[in-house]
Every structure is written in structure tokens, then in C-alpha cells.
Write a protein that binds this ligand. Structure first.
Ligand SMILES: *Cc1c(COP(=O)(O)O)cnc(C)c1O
Length: 475
């Protein structure tokens, strides 16, 4: 086929093919297994030599759809409970298609005033939705890892300034180690951000008072008294047991000791949407920086994250490059978002969020959040009432931490049994959940965050676990 300019492929025709495939695929999605082992062989068909002349767009897209709709992980469906993986609401997904259709270079106002304005609007809406002050600065990122990186880069700049150094210009050389404190709940992505920033992955002091990792506020108070300027990471939502650090108490400590408070609220920040859980994030509005995801509980397609900072000029100081000290005014219309975050060229990732918020509003997203709270409570109740399951942590949000504990299996055999149960569950493919080690024991920790998930999907997890468990224990 050759040169795209002279081949006869019509963009509307191939996009139409995708749109025509979308209906049947999305209709089937609630009923598909998470992953169908029968289609694993199709992955081979992705390979082969680099095409010399190409098959043309129609054939290429037809092939991609044929393989993808069968062999992809249907994690956007209602029964993917492993890790914390959201789906895509129709408006968000269509907004994402529009993003690709318009293909904006969303780093500079000059290249897309449309994308810049959409990002400003979306950030304003998100602050309001999540209970953050309107005057804060913000930027959209590809993920919460990048949002943690963004917040912690601002923290690093602030901290180096306390030592008389402009770290953006001059780097870390000559500075002491930046003191970083958290609880045992600190997420691997915060460590990754510290590692990227040259601050050290292992340079976090986890001040915990028990084997679950819960914060010891008194010990943190003592540690901060002697540390000099420090950075605190509060974890608003932990992925194993679903618990939260006491953000408000950490804000008190940050205030008392003049520390920077960063909140990792990847999924937990959305607890603010329901009066039933808003207390879990009380105090986030007192933080210096906050990170969250769109592709988890907001059910926006990958990749979608967001970072917010109290001092709106902090982003420009940490990320302004090319010697351009970029200090946006609060209502500056001409924002160059590539100066406010880690990316340069970037897609208009505001559009799917804009579409979701415009389509469903605050009340729609609150209803979704509360449905997940109900489903998690339902699953927790089933587990608690079952003699063959053991609930390991209270259900705070949407994570249900438990293990299989049938009669007749000795206590020292339970870790092995649950590990194998998790592996077999994933191999089975009908419903996904995974294991972790929680307080020293192997536990399942399904997370219910997909807008399509119903009671039947959650009940299927329980019955498939029982079915596989019976096979593993030979009864
Ligand atoms: C998922 C998660 C992250 C990282 O988010 P990504 O979007 O995967 O980069 C950070 N913190 C917590 C608590 C998370 O659950």
C-alpha cells in the first residue's frame, strides 16, 4: 500500500470500522470472561516481520480489532477486581475518542487554546468535586505515579529553597538528604517518584505503630522535632486493606513543624464525593500537594492522572524549563501546561474528564461511588457470614481484604492455599482478583471500582473462589 498520502484508505472508513465494532464489543463486555484462555494463541498473530509495504489501514485495523476484541484483557468490564482498575464510562470513552480525533498538541497554549482552556476548566471542576480550594494550581498527568512525581518535585523545590538552593537550576549536589516521612501505607509509586527525583526510593521513614502499617502520630511528632524541613506523605487510601492515613492529624503535624504535606489520593480522594466517606479525606484541603487518578475511581480511560498544589506558582518553579520562570496568574488564560508538569508534548487528556463530568455531574459520580461502597459492604458481609472465609480488615471503602479458610486446613497451610487460589482464579479468567500479604498472611484484596459492576458480579467472585477452593483442597 505504501505512502499514507497516496494510498486510498479513507480515515472515516477505518474509524467507522472501529465504531461498528464498539457496539457489539461493549454489549458483550459485561458477559465476557476477564480473559479468555482460549484466545491466548491469537497473541502470536501480533508478531511477524516488519511489513515492507503494509496492508493498508482497512486491513490493519480489521486485524487489530479481530485480535484485540478477543485476546485483550476485558478489564474494562465488571469483574476485574485485581489491583485498582477502573473502567470507562460511555462519556469518558467517547471523550477519549474525540481526543484522538482532534489530536491536539496540548503542551502549549499556542498550539491548542482549546485544549488549554479545557484543562483549566476540568481542573477547576475537579477541585470543586474533590473539595480542594479553588485557588490551588493543578495539572493533568498520565497517572497518579506522575502526579506523585509532580507533587513531590514541588516539595523538593520547596525543601531545597529552605537550604538556599534552586534545585531546578542547580540540582541536588551539596544538599543533605531530604527527610521524608510516611506511614507503612506508602505506595510503591511514591517511592518511584522519589527515586526519579534523585531523593532515593528507600529514603522514606515509615513511622508505623502496627504490622498493618498504621501511622504512629506521636512518633512522627518526635521525629519531625529533630529533622529540620521535611516532607510528609499521607496515603489517602491504601491498596491492601483499604485504610487511610489520618490526613487531618498529619496536616496538624506539618503545620506545627513547618513540613510539606503531600497526599497520595490516587483512588481515595474520591471518598470526598459521599457524605458516608468524606471523613476519610478530611484535611486534604490543608495539604501542600495532592495526587489522584482519573483512570481508577473516576472511570476515565487510561492514561489519566491529576496533581494539585496549594501554591499555584510551585508547579512553574519546579517544571518551568528553558530558563523560563513561568508564574501563571490565577486566572491566566494563556497557560502552557508543559511548563507545569513533567511532560512536554502531551495529548488533550482533559477531554475525557470534561465529557464525564459534563455527562454525569457530581451526583452521577457520587451515585457510582456509593454503589461501590454498597457492593464492597455486601461482599464484606458475605465473607463475614461465611464459615469458609475470614475477613481480615474492616471494609472502609471498596477494598475487601479476606482469605479462604475452610475447615480442616491447618493454619500453616493457609498462605499456600490462598496463594494458589489467587493464581488459579486468574488462570480461570472468569473473574479476577489477586493476593497480597496483609499483616503477615496471604490475603485476597478485590477492589470494586468499575461503573458496570453489579451484585451478581461480586457474588460470582465468591462462588468461583469456592469452586476453585474445593478443587484445591480435594473436597
Ligand atoms: C494506583 C496507585 C498509585 C499509582 O497510580 P498509577 O495511576 O498506577 O500510576 C499511587 N498510589 C496509590 C495509593 C494507588 O492506588
Amino acid at each position: 500500500m505504501g505512502d499514507p498520502l497516496i494510498s486510498r484508505d479513507d480515515a472515516a472508513e477505518v474509524l467507522g470500522a472501529v465504531a461498528r465494532a464498539a457496539g457489539p464489543y461493549l454489549d458483550a463486555l459485561p458477559h465476557l470472561p476477564v480473559r479468555d484462555p482460549a484466545h491466548a494463541g491469537l497473541l502470536e498473530q501480533l508478531g511477524g516481520p516488519l511489513p515492507e509495504d503494509g496492508d493498508g489501514a482497512v486491513a490493519a485495523i480489521a486485524d487489530l480489532l479481530r485480535i484485540g476484541t478477543r485476546a485483550a484483557t476485558h478489564s474494562s468490564g465488571p469483574r476485574f477486581f485485581h489491583f485498582v482498575v477502573g473502567g470507562s464510562t460511555p462519556a469518558a470513552q467517547a471523550g477519549d475518542w474525540v481526543t484522538s480525533l482532534l489530536d491536539q498538541a496540548a503542551g502549549l497554549w499556542l498550539t491548542s487554546p482549546f485544549a488549554a482552556r479545557a484543562e483549566a476548566v476540568v481542573l477547576r471542576w475537579l477541585k470543586e468535586l474533590l473539595g480542594l480550594p479553588a485557588a490551588w494550581g493543578g495539572v493533568l498527568t498520565p497517572s497518579a505515579t506522575f502526579a506523585n512525581l509532580t507533587g513531590l518535585a514541588c516539595a523538593r523545590h520547596w525543601w531545597a529553597e529552605r537550604h538556599g538552593v534552586d534545585v531546578t537550576a542547580d540540582g541536588l549536589a551539596g544538599l543533605p538528604r531530604m527527610p521524608v516521612f510516611s506511614s507503612g501505607y506508602v505506595h510503591a509509586s511514591s517511592r518511584k517518584a522519589l527515586q526519579l527525583l534523585g531523593l532515593g526510593r528507600d529514603n522514606v521513614r515509615a513511622v508505623a505503630r502496627d504490622d498493618a502499617g498504621r501511622l504512629d502520630p506521636a512518633a512522627l511528632d518526635r521525629a519531625l522535632a529533630g529533622s529540620g524541613p521535611a516532607v510528609l506523605i499521607a496515603n489517602a487510601g491504601e491498596v491492601n486493606g483499604g485504610d487511610f492515613d489520618p490526613v487531618d492529624a498529619m496536616a496538624d503535624l506539618a503545620e506545627r513543624h513547618g513540613a510539606w504535606l503531600h497526599v497520595d489520593g490516587a483512588f481515595g480522594l474520591y471518598a470526598a464525593l459521599s457524605p458516608r466517606t468524606a471523613h476519610l479525606v478530611r484535611g486534604v484541603e490543608r495539604a501542600d500537594s495532592v495526587a489522584a487518578d482519573g483512570h481508577k475511581w473516576l472511570n476515565v480511560p487510561y492514561e489519566s492522572g491529576m496533581a494539585f498544589v496549594r501554591d499555584a506558582s510551585a508547579l512553574g518553579r519546579a517544571f518551568g524549563t528553558w530558563n523560563a520562570a513561568y508564574l501563571p496568574e490565577p486566572d491566566d488564560e494563556f497557560v502552557n501546561y508543559n511548563n507545569l508538569g513533567p511532560e512536554s508534548s502531551r495529548r488533550a487528556r482533559a477531554l475525557p474528564i470534561w465529557a464525564a463530568l459534563r455527562a454525569y455531574g457530581r451526583s452521577g459520580h457520587r451515585a457510582m461511588v456509593e454503589r461501590h461502597l454498597d457492593l464492597a459492604r455486601h461482599l464484606g458481609g458475605v465473607v463475614e457470614r461465611s464459615a469458609d472465609f475470614e475477613l481480615l480488615a474492616p471494609v472502609t471503602l471498596f477494598v475487601v481484604c479476606f482469605r479462604y479458610r475452610p475447615a480442616g486446613v491447618p493454619a500453616d497451610g493457609l498462605d499456600d492455599l490462598n496463594r494458589r487460589l489467587g493464581e488459579e482464579l486468574v488462570a480461570d479468567g472468569r473473574v479476577y482478583a489477586g493476593t497480597t500479604v496483609y499483616r503477615g498472611v496471604v490475603a485476597l484484596r478485590p477492589a470494586i471500582v468499575n461503573w458496570r459492576t453489579t451484585t451478581e458480579d461480586v457474588d460470582l467472585l465468591v462462588s468461583v473462589l469456592r469452586e476453585i477452593g474445593a478443587r484445591l483442597t480435594g473436597r
